[in-house]
Design a protein around this ligand. Structure first.
Ligand code: C5P
Length: 240
């Protein structure tokens, strides 16, 4: 597995491409040679399919394919195998899908990696969606508070063999203590000083997110909607 600590923080900034195909390719071109990672989410993937992954990989990027699997183990085993075969370098699933589902994902990805001579993708658990609060968790029968639920799900994800979790910067420090030095902790909700918050409420600066324990940070609109995305990326890299 990649030892992220030896990778410069600049190469651990993941740019979220929440846009259409032509914009995604324009951004990929603008950031080429600067950014190492791009994130493809459901909107872009379900409109373009695996070819978006192929195209970004061909341009030299690592691809975070954020499809948040949540289904029966058999289905998720297949999904993880397919994502691995398509070249995804990082994939996500809901830890709430359970230990058997997460283990099946690891097995599926490992089998595909072995069959096709690829690296195992970095496999991450989604703990609690940041759109959920204590009341919406309680409505699902989960009476633990949000923070306790995040930590419990993270523990289960790690026990099932996942490499780490996606979490807000506010949760990163507690997760780092819980999961140890090697765990991947990938944090969205990152905003450089002075940037628009958009719909993010609990945000941290890039440097603060890394200091809190993030292994990788996800930044979308502050880069993708900047008039000069490459300059916006560089400014964040310089701030680290
Ligand atoms: O544009 P922005 O920087 O807010 O983009 C953040 C990215 O991280 C988006 O792709 C969003 O879906 C994702 N994300 C998030 N909060 C989470 C999980 C994922 O903002 N809890």
């Amino acid at each position: 597995m990649l030892d992220f600590v030896q990778v410069p923080q600049k190469d651990r900034i993941i740019v979220a491409l929440d846009c259409d195909m032509s914009q995604a390719l324009d951004l990929a071109e603008a950031l080429q040679g600067q950014a190492s990672w791009l994130k493809v989410g459901m909107t872009l993937y379900y409109s373009q399919g695996p070819r978006i992954v192929y195209e970004l990989k061909e341009m030299g990027y690592k691809v975070f394919l954020d499809l948040k699997f949540h289904d029966i183990p058999h289905q998720v085993r297949g999904a993880a195998a397919s994502a691995t075969r398509n070249g995804a370098d990082m994939i996500t699933m809901h830890a709430l899908g359970g230990a058997a589902m997460m283990q099946a994902a690891v097995e599926g990805a490992q089998a595909a990696a072995d069959d096709f001579g690829l690296d195992l993708p970095i496999m991450l658990g989604i703990t609690v969606l940041t759109s959920m609060d204590a009341a919406s968790l309680a409505a699902c029968g989960i009476e633990r508070g949000v923070n306790d639920q995040v930590l419990e799900m993270a523990k289960q994800a790690q026990a099932a063999g996942l490499a780490g979790v996606v979490a807000s910067p506010q949760e990163a420090a507690a997760l780092r203590t819980l999961l140890g030095e090697d765990a991947y902790i990938v944090t969205p909700g990152v905003r450089p000083a002075g940037a628009e918050l958009g719909d993010q409420s609990r945000v941290a600066s890039p440097a603060d997110a890394f200091s809190a324990g993030a292994s990788h940070i996800v930044v979308g609109r502050p880069i993708t909607q900047a008039s000069d995305p490459a300059a916006a990326f560089e400014a964040i890299a310089q701030s680290l």
